[in-house]
Design a protein around this ligand. Structure first.
Ligand code: SAH
Length: 342
């Protein structure tokens, strides 16, 4: 049976129409779920008993469980246990502009980026749409807050779980659903070109972030497997097409790895690569993890890199650090939890 939290409004409308109901019933169900936040069909008091029975025969309310929670300043990290006992994480960040939740899209990840904890834990499966929706609902309920921004930067590669992720966005973006504005939703990808092309046709005003992390093929091949399939110049070309077509800005994430991608020459090459693009670079101080032998660049190196980009007229920011005190970098809470269990 399908989980009710994994159904988009139009899928639910189709269901009702197919069963000879008016399609506005779907809106009513959505409002019960996402505005009034009930957790059973029995609580939907404007539905007939027979309708409720039919819904129960078609859909289930399945939950995910909070099994660990770590709080730091302005950040709370959640570990969820799924129905099949797999674990995923979400991280809540409190900004001055609102609450942002970093959501996981897969159990593990197959992209194999050398510096990333999630990739060490190979992909076990894709998350179902409802498992992404529930990450938001559970955190909102736990803290009694509203989440205003969503970033798909947790465990997993969103474009390797494209259909479920798009349904998830449909549900959270719907005015009848959780109602998070498209401009408040950011998808981050390591650069799967065919999916970027598909996404380009989607028409929604969702933000696109690209994990670039290197200025050329030589360095990128060493740290990101995906670059062997989709080389950096092809990636930049498709992003130029994306910017032209959508009129949207692209964000480049660039994690600062000591002596790997942080030299002055790297900054100069990067500036040339993305010159005149409607894009900005987010420099991310690397969150060191016990299992992986990469180090964070020194602060002076990061600042120098920043200055070179600025001088070359590239929009650039240095990411505010949230997670390191609570191991909030991708996959870290899960990795630590699993070790503790052994
Ligand atoms: N698979 C997607 C989204 C998940 S990762 C992607 O590649 O974009 C979210 C971001 O965190 C990526 O830019 C990733 O490269 C980065 N990241 C991974 N491990 C990190 C670490 N230890 N410290 C800082 N950033 C990290």
């Amino acid at each position: 049976m399908k989980n009710i939290y994994g159904i988009t409004l139009s899928q639910l409308e189709n269901y009702f129409e197919k069963n000879n109901y008016k399609k506005f019933k779907a809106t009513q169900v959505f409002e019960w779920l996402y505005k009034k936040r009930v957790s059973s069909f029995d609580e939907m008091t404007n539905m007939k008993k027979t309708t409720i029975e039919e819904l129960k025969n078609e859909f289930v309310f399945e939950n995910i469980k909070i099994v660990d929670k770590k709080a730091g300043q302005d950040v709370i990290k959640y570990l969820f246990e799924l129905k099949d006992k797999n674990l995923v994480e979400a991280v809540l960040m409190k900004h001055d502009y609102g609450n942002s939740l970093c959501v996981s899209t897969q159990v593990g990840c197959n992209m194999g980026c050398a510096f990333c904890e999630s990739g060490r834990l190979k992909k076990i499966r894709n998350l179902e749409t409802y498992e992404m929706v529930l990450q938001i609902l559970k955190v909102e309920m736990d803290l009694n807050i509203r989440i205003s921004h969503i970033v798909l930067m947790g465990i997993g590669e969103p474009f390797d779980n494209y259909d479920n992720v798009m349904n998830f966005i449909d549900i959270i973006n719907s005015g009848k659903g959780i109602d998070i504005g498209a401009r408040h939703i950011t998808i981050s990808t390591c650069g799967i070109i065919p999916k970027i092309k598909e996404f380009m046709e989607n028409g929604k005003q969702i933000n696109l972030a690209i994990s670039l992390h290197a200025p050329d093929d030589e360095i990128r091949n060493k740290i990101m497997n995906i670059n062997k399939a989709y080389p950096i110049n092809d990636l930049i070309d498709v992003l130029k097409e994306y910017i032209k077509k959508t009129n949207r800005r692209v964000t480049f994430e660039y994690v600062m790895l000591k002596n790997i991608n942080d030299t002055e020459q790297c900054a100069i090459t990067l500036a040339k690569l993305i010159k005149n693009m409607n894009a900005y670079v987010n420099l991310i101080p690397y969150n060191e993890t016990r299992h992986i032998a990469f180090n964070r660049s020194d602060n002076e190196t990061i600042l120098k890199f920043y200055d070179i980009l600025k001088k070359n007229k590239i929009n650039v920011t240095i990411r505010k650090e949230f997670g390191n005190k609570v191991n909030a970098a991708c996959g870290q809470l899960r990795a630590n939890h699993e070790r503790r269990d052994k």
